[in-house]
Each structure stands twice: as structure tokens, then as C-alpha cells.
Design a protein around this ligand. Structure first.
Ligand code: BG6
Length: 465
């Protein structure tokens, strides 16, 4: 029997992207280089098919017609970011007037079309000059970031009412300092912890700066909350492994952002292994006193873990992997076109966790989506990608989200990753996610079947499942 899933009239139906992933014009109008622009210059082979951020989908030039495309499918919110290196080339010093014009134009156009801007300040794209002096390991960079954040609030805070300090701050920690996925490709867990701590401090200081300006809006952080499930619920060592994984990869930012404190258990583990970051009591007070108003949640897939099996070798440096192994659960449902697990119920579990343990803070899905390699194979005779798999993916996640909302979860919106297929860090255009297909050669945008589906859902605030 079919059921109607009705959402609130003021629910945000949106899509998400980021500056570096959509703007293009990486070397134009005074923009400085960020770590990805730089990394491409020295190691182009690290990027899928050697495609650089310069080839992102030209939002810098086509923002007006792209915003019209959002309007065409009835989206009422758009989550993107400001490029630090575009607004303040080099990371500190003079503001780039052309960037101010650009972001003003984008904001004004969104508002004119009835689309709420959700703006994030930092999506992995550190200005290279800031990385050169140590990136998030250096307090000077934290201070430069806070000045940049304040500049954004002063320039755009009269119109942007939803602000986020970071997107997935754990990713630069893991990708840049633990697993060598992103520049600066370092493997050093002690340094990774300092990066995490100063990223959190930067976030809390930006929240403080926002509050001082007394603007009429809300500020939060976007976290990729990844439920970690144990192999066996009845096995205490597996359950402990999942718990520690959660401490390291979710609660390391969730707790200080929402509750103002790092989990005591995590600090104890770090202390025991001589891995506490350099910190001061004054900094901890800043974190304590500047918790967020709102939360963005990115959810793609869960993490499944089991108790670690191999003994720790004498020369094995301390790392989270001392406590658990990843677990490939037999029979788990996989996205056959991207290799990630599909587990829609995870969104419900996150919602319950936020409701029960984090004061039911207001939150939004700031990213959720299904990446597909070689999506051209699904283009139908009418030229439209027949992405029924994506409709099913979105719908199932929304069904679980709906259930959580019915049970009191304070989720106010859903943003698909992404609007138009966009460039993604080292993966470039390998995985397509958009409501609109991007033809790389011509830059032509063509709506997909999922875009047509969302057009109806956003219009009616409901769908039948
Ligand atoms: C998210 C990031 O974690 O994953 C996005 O916030 C990224 O920036 C998205 O594009 C998808 O990643 P990928 O590698 O599948 O393109």
C-alpha cells in the first residue's frame, strides 16, 4: 500500500555544492591559489583523468542561468561555500573587490529567485600561502581564517541568514594528515590531532565573531556524521570498537561544536598515548562558550567495524586503527556505480542521536546523494539520464528522515549533493551526483529524471512512497 510522505510547508528543498567544485575561473579576476590548484600543478596525475578545478562547471560566469535552473525545479535553498582564496587572495590582507561583486551577485540573485542561501566558509580549499605556513597546525592561520570569516559576515551577513564554519572538518584531517588522499599528503596522527583541534578552535572563534556582530541569522558547522555499527551487537569488543570509532570520527567535532566540550573518554585515550594537542585553558573556554545554533549533516554511508584482530606491532605508530578494523558486512547493499554502501536507515539513526543526545538542535541534511561512474550509459533516447536508482536512493532516505521528523527530530531541510554534476577534489568528474547532467565538452546542462522528480516533490512538499 502506498503512503504519502508529507513534509512541512517551510521545509528546505535544496541542493549543495561548494565554491571550488562549481565556480571554475580558478585563475581569474584576482583569485589566489588554493591547495588543490597548487597540488594539480605539481602532481596532475593525482586527479582523475588529470582534470583540474579550473574545469569546474563555470558557476562563476553562469551563476544567473544556473540559479534559474534551481528555480525551474522548485528548489528553495542552495548550500554552497565562499572561496577564501578568491575573497582574500593569499588568505590574509586585501579583500578582492571582484570576488565581493561575485558573491553579492550570487546572493542577490538567489534571494530574487526565492532561494535561501546557506553559506559555508571552508570546504577543504585552504589558500596555498596559508598551507605553506602550516595550515591548520598554525595559530596564525586560525586567526587569518577568523578575520576572513568576520569579513564574510560583514559583507554578506545582512542577507545570508544560514552560516556554516566548515564542511566536514574531519576530512582534511584524515585525507591530508592520515591517509594521503589530499594535499599535503602527510601521515602523522599527532599532527592530525593538532589540525583537528585548531580547526575546531577556528570554528568556535568564528561563531564568537558572528555573535559579536549581532546579525540576524544562525551559525553552525557541517559534519559528515557517519554512524559506526559494530559487526556483532552482542559482542562487547565489537561494540567497544564501534564506540571508539565514533569518538574519533564523529564526536571529535560534534561534541565540542554542540556541547562545547571534547568527549572526556577521547581526551583520556589521547593523553594515555601522549597525543593531546597543544592547547590553552583560554581556548577551551572559547570552545565552551561558543556552541553552534544549527548543524548541517552530510550522510552518504555508514561505517561498519569490528574489534581489531592483529596484534599491534612494536613499531606501529599510535592511530585510531589500534582499536578497530573496518568490517565488510556480507550482504550489505552496495551502490554498484560508486562502491559505497547504501543504508537509508542510517539517516534515521543520526536523527535519533541528535534528538536524544544533542538537545534536538535544529539541523538539515546538507549533503546526501548517489555518485555514479559513467552515467552517460543511462542517457535515454530523449537525452535525459534515466536515474531511477537516484530517485529510489533519495526517496528511501527521505522516508527514514520523515519517520524521524514524525518522532520529533528537528530536521528542517534536505540538500542533495549536488545540483549540477560537479568537480570533486581528486576524483574530479569520476562520480556524477547532480540533478542536472553536465556535458564537459560543451558545458551544457540537461535535467535528469531525478531533477524532474524533485521538481514535483519540492512543489508539493510530499511524495508517495
Ligand atoms: C563529500 C564532500 O564528502 O563527498 C564533497 O563534502 C564531495 O565535497 C562528495 O564532492 C562526493 O565525493 P566524491 O569523491 O564521490 O566525488
Amino acid at each position: 500500500m502506498s503512503k504519502t510522505y508529507q513534509f512541512a510547508n517551510n521545509f528546505w528543498w535544496g541542493a549543495a555544492s561548494s565554491a571550488t567544485q562549481s565556480e571554475g575561473a580558478a585563475f581569474e579576476d584576482g583569485k589566489g591559489l588554493n591547495i588543490f590548484d597548487y597540488w594539480y600543478q605539481i602532481e596532475p596525475d593525482k586527479f582523475h583523468n588529470q582534470v583540474p578545478a579550473t574545469d569546474a562547471s563555470t558557476f562563476y560566469k553562469n551563476y544567473k542561468s544556473d540559479i534559474q535552473l534551481m528555480k525551474d525545479i522548485n528548489l528553495n535553498s542552495f548550500r554552497t561555500s565562499i572561496s577564501w582564496a578568491r575573497l582574500i587572495p593569499g588568505g590574509r590582507g586585501e579583500v578582492n573587490p571582484k570576488a565581493v561583486d561575485f558573491y553579492n551577485n550570487v546572493i542577490d540573485e538567489l534571494i530574487a529567485q526565492g532561494i535561501e542561501p546557506f553559506f559555508n566558509l571552508y570546504h577543504f580549499d585552504m589558500p596555498i600561502e596559508m598551507q605553506d605556513i602550516g595550515g591548520w597546525e598554525n595559530l596564525e592561520v586560525v586567526e587569518a581564517y577568523v578575520t576572513y570569516a568576520k569579513t564574510c559576515f560583514e559583507l554578506f551577513g545582512d542577507r545570508v541568514k544560514y552560516w556554516f564554519t566548515h564542511n566536514e572538518p574531519i576530512v582534511p584531517v584524515e585525507a591530508g594528515y592520515m591517509y594521503q588522499f589530499h594535499y599535503p599528503n602527510i601521515v602523522d596522527f599527532k599532527r592530525a590531532i593538532q589540525v583537528a583541534y585548531y580547526s575546531q578552535l577556528a570554528s568556535s572563534m568564528a561563531v564568537a565573531a558572528y555573535r559579536e556582530l549581532q546579525l540576524d541569522g544562525k551559525i553552525g558547522i557541517i559534519l559528515n556524521l557517519t554512524p559506526s555499527y559494530p559487526r556483532d551487537e552482542s559482542n562487547t569488543t565489537d561494540v567497544k570498537a564501534a564506540h571508539i570509532c565514533d569518538l574519533f570520527f564523529n564526536r571529535s567535532f560534534l561534541d565540542p561544536s554542540v556541547k562545547g566540550e571534547f568527549p572526556e573518554e577521547l581526551m583520556t585515550i589521547l593523553k594515555e598515548h601522549d597525543h593531546l594537542p597543544v592547547y590553552t585553558e583560554e581556548e577551551l573556554a572559547v570552545i565552551k562558550n561558543n556552541t553552534v545554533d544549527i548543524l548541517g549533516v552530510n550522510y552518504y554511508q555508514p561505517r561498519r567495524v569490528k574489534a581489531r584482530e592483529a596484534a599491534i606491532a612494536a613499531d606501529e605508530a599510535f592511530a585510531p586503527e589500534w582499536f578497530f578494523d573496518n568490517y565488510e558486512m556480507p550482504g550489505r547493499r552496495m551502490n554498484p556505480y560508486r562502491g559505497w554502501e547504501i543504508y537509508p536507515r542510517g539517516i534515521y539513526d543520526i536523527a535519533k542521536n541528535v534528538q536524544e543526545n544533542y538537545g534536538n538542535i535544529e539541523w538539515y541534511i546538507s549533503e546526501n546523494g548517489m555518485g555514479v561512474e559513467h552515467e552517460e550509459r543511462f542517457i535515454g533516447e530523449d537525452g535525459i539520464v534515466q536515474d531511477d536508482y537516484r530517485i529510489e536512493f533519495i526517496q528511501e532516505h527521505l522516508e527514514w528522515l520523515h519517520q524521524a521528523i514524525e518522532e520529533g527530530a528537528n530536521c528542517k531541510g534536505y540538500h542533495l549533493w549536488t545540483f549540477i554534476d560537479n568537480w570533486s577534489w581528486a576524483n574530479a568528474y569520476k562520480n556524477r551526483y547532480g540533478f542536472y547532467r553536465l556535458d564537459l565538452a560543451t558545458q551544457k546542462r540537461t535535467i535528469k529524471k531525478s531533477g524532474l522528480w524533485m521538481k514535483e516533490v519540492a512543489k508539493l512538499n510530499r511524495f508517495d512512497g
